[in-house]
Design a protein around this ligand. Sequence first.
Ligand code: NAD
Length: 359
Amino acid sequence: MCDNNLSAVLYKKREEYPQCDIVMENRPINEPGEDDVLLQMHSVGICGSDVSYWVKGRIGDFVVKDPMIIGHEAAGRVVKCGKNVKHLKPGDRVAIEPGYPLRQDEFSKNGRYNLSKVFFCATPPDHGNLQRFYTHKADYCFKLPDNVSYEEGALIEPLSVGIHACRRAQVTLGHNVLVCGAGPIGLVSLLVAKSMGASKVVITDLFESRLEMAKSLGADFVHKIEKGQTPEETAKKVIEMLGDMPERTIECTGAEAAIQTGIYATKSGGCLLLVGLGPEMINVPLVNAAVREVDIRGVFRYCNTYPAAIQMLSAGKVNVKPLVTHRFPLEETEEAFKVMRSGQGIKVMLKCDPNDQNP
Ligand code: NAD
């Protein structure tokens, strides 16, 4: 076992671009508290939000003020357990759910702990886990079956967003579904919608390469948005392709035009899920949604998804492996972030165990 704790830390710069530096530094290995486990980290995916903290130093009101370890899509191996931990033992491979509630408030009590005040890895001021060793609440570490790889375990984080969105959309047998945006979140929404029984899924994007990936993952139809195309025109194309209006739209871009498309396209009595997070203020054809009883629902991260995700992966109901397009050793974190920022590929994985860089 290696004995250093190389960690990827964002340091705030002043008035420069990118707004933060990624510094690789050796951090102390923490002893696990009585409800915690110490983990040797294996695979950590980079998310768009990690890149935003690096490039802009903030997402909305969350600002990188103090040095912060980055990374939250992660899986690793248990090295040591706190004295109260009974469900895990050293050697267990686990997926790490990065967010947990800090209080037993009303949301936590009714099961919607994503709406509570939470600790969340790599959301300032909370540290993430892109390092060799990391301690986490054991109750939010989920043992992986032998047939689920570490990388699949790390991908449970974005997959969870798709599961939560499709659960909130109540996607079911026979539904036609529109997914706006073929980034990692749109793609996992596609996979989950299909596995929940959607008959036909159409997915839109601005880029052909992303739509090719969507097609290879099982999208029935893809549609490339052309410059100058209006949201009404896009909705019309979607309806033509499906032969009907979609009962559900899962919006995964945050772009005003795509949200407008979602309203125009969704069948009366259907549901539009807002997963994408864009500008604070957006113009939408609200009366169109109101008079056709198109429900508009928010999605914030997820809750209670990890056990279901592990079952789905283990049973082969979803295949997230093709999402990983690039791999880098932990030492090359900055290179990996540059690839992610350039928009090449879909999911970039960092490999934290110098003795095991396998998927
Ligand atoms: P991404 O940037 O990789 O993908 C977004 C895709 O949308 C891109 O491929 C882009 O080309 C495409 N796009 C942009 N404008 C479009 C338009 N008008 N029509 C169709 N496609 C368009 O991002 P991602 O990692 O896939 O995340 C998607 C969104 O989900 C982001 O806004 C992110 O902040 C948000 N997100 C929300 C939650 C949540 O809890 N609600 C969680 C994770 C991510």
